[in-house]
Write a protein that binds this ligand. Structure first.
Ligand SMILES: NCc1[nH]cc(CCC(=O)O)c1CC(=O)O
Length: 316
């Protein structure tokens, strides 16, 4: 039997996610070898991520290893994948999603509502910054980068009062016990695709496709398809931060896909929330329709002009 070479980045979250997929492939009877792929974003820790080309730098190094033939399978956080498909690779499986929510880790067990005005909250995500600012709690949002461990240390070592992180990453790393509030999507909607993994193979690699396909979870695939179709459609008409969450809900006698989304002004001056329910078989169409509804209702106007500054900005 041939061995599947599964490419992974070195960060704790990436190796945990890759090992999770490797274990599932082994349970199906495959031989799997983990191959470390170093990315520009991992090698160069001084240049800001945005200058290197955003989270896309992590994705492209793994895709290059796939097309070069040094690995056969690559695991990505689905939310980090660009919405434009890469014809050289195929997403052969989207496994069952982890908790899609954002989570708050605050000092002294505090929740968002309990943090006093003026408290410092760290996040590097314009989507999280915008939604937290829109709650009007008077928090000071500080720009925060780094891996999960580094970000949590800012709270535990007293440099920040709170941080917001993906629940999925914290659960996968065994650090869910540090969460002080699971943020309700009614207040803070996650990134499209958050909590889900994308398992990629080389386009046309039938053996790897056949090995990986059983890990696919159709309900998760329908949900993230709707969220990403919405994001792709909005990217064409609006550059403000976007949150989205689709869920399978029980309708009268069929399963329905419920999609909620937010477009938020980066400075917290406002946001627009809408939702739609539709057929899980037409997930992409549902996402596009909700995006058009948001655009018709003024989503594009939420982006301030370039001379406007965010209310609070403190770099860490
Ligand atoms: N932005 C980086 C990133 N990409 C995926 C995750 C977590 C895992 C996931 O969302 O599936 C994280 C960390 C975070 O947002 O806190």
């Amino acid at each position: 039997m041939t061995t599947l070479r599964l490419g992974t980045r070195r960060s704790a979250l990436a190796t945990t996610q890759s090992s999770w997929v490797a274990d599932r492939l082994r349970a199906l009877g495959h031989d799997v070898e983990l191959v470390e792929v170093s990315t520009e974003g991992d090698r160069d820790r001084t240049t800001p991520l945005a200058q290197l080309g955003g989270t896309g730098v992590f994705v492209s190094a793994l895709r290059e290893a796939l097309t070069a033939g040094t690995v056969d399978v690559a695991v990505h956080s689905l939310k980090d994948l660009p919405t434009a498909p890469d014809p050289a690779v195929a997403v052969a499986a989207i496994p069952e999603r982890e908790d899609p929510r954002d989570a708050l880790v605050a000092r002294d067990g505090l929740t968002l509502g309990e943090l006093p005005a003026g408290s410092t909250l760290g996040t590097g995500s314009p989507r999280r910054r915008a939604q937290v600012a829109a709650l009007g709690l008077g928090l000071e949002v500080a720009d925060l980068r780094g891996n999960v461990d580094t970000r949590l240390a800012h709270v535990h070592e007293g440099r920040l009062d709170a941080v917001v992180l993906a629940a999925a990453g914290l659960r996968r790393l065994g650090r869910a016990d540090e969460v002080t509030e699971w943020l309700d999507p009614i207040q803070v909607l996650p990134a499209p695709g958050q909590g889900a993994l994308a398992v990629e193979v080389r386009a046309g690699d039938e053996a790897a496709t056949a090995a990986v396909t059983p890990l696919d979870h159709p309900d998760t695939r329908a949900c993230v398809t709707a969220e990403r179709a919405l994001l792709a459609e909005l990217e064409a008409g609006c550059s403000a931060p976007v949150g989205a969450l689709a869920e399978i809900v029980e309708g009268v006698d069929v399963a329905e896909l419920s999609l909620r989304a937010v477009v938020a002004a980066p400075d917290g001056s406002g946001d627009l929330r809408r939702s739609l329910t539709g057929d899980p078989e037409e997930a992409a169409d549902l996402g596009r329709r909700l995006a058009r509804l948001l655009l018709e209702d003024g989503a594009a106007d939420l982006m301030p002009t370039s001379t406007d500054r965010p209310v609070t900005e403190r770099a860490l």
